[in-house]
Design a protein around this ligand. Sequence first.
Ligand SMILES: [Mg+2]
Length: 219
Amino acid sequence: MPANAFSDVAHWVFDLDNTLYPPSARLFDQIERRMTDFVARALNVPDAEADHLRDHYWRLYGTTLAGLMHEHGLEPGPYLEAVHDIDFGVLSPDPDLRSAIADLPGHKIVFTNGSAPYADRVLAARGLAGLFDGVFGVEHAEYHPKPQPEAFAAVFAKAGIAPSRAAMFEDDPRNLAVPHDLGMRTVHVAPAPTPAPHIQHHTADLSGFLRLLRAPRHP
Ligand SMILES: [Mg+2]
């Protein structure tokens, strides 16, 4: 029962993709296909090479976009628009998650490596619109993606997050390393755990985990 570890948390930071909706929605499959198409056209390479580069840049830089910007000087705007032009109909509203987040005390933000307009569409499709004090995309971090420290520094400064009183919920284990170093509580949200020194908690059920934090405590 992790409630005591969170009793002083006043800032709640949520990743978006595969955290605020389940990976079974396979939304990211649609995005990855568009990333591969974009890389193939932008760099004039065959699809197989584009798919390899997409994954290679994700591993090396945190996102495909960061690799395209760093290695090829690509402008981020057209890329972000193209890869996020997807079908949101695979997402459904999640009233349990909405009430679990609504019940958290304090300041709540979304921090995604996608763009904020994309995040707004995902939140609307999940029935989570209007729930957060801020929605921050990669454009709010000068296009530095998580897990780069610059991304956390930029967004946490803009959002007024005090890391010593904050918790981070995220499906990508890499993106919990900097939050842990900053003194945040770290929660890995994924079907299976990935044990690592910087991961303090794991859950496959974000709503259930949040409800446990809010359950009445015995003295
Ligand atoms: Mg994610």
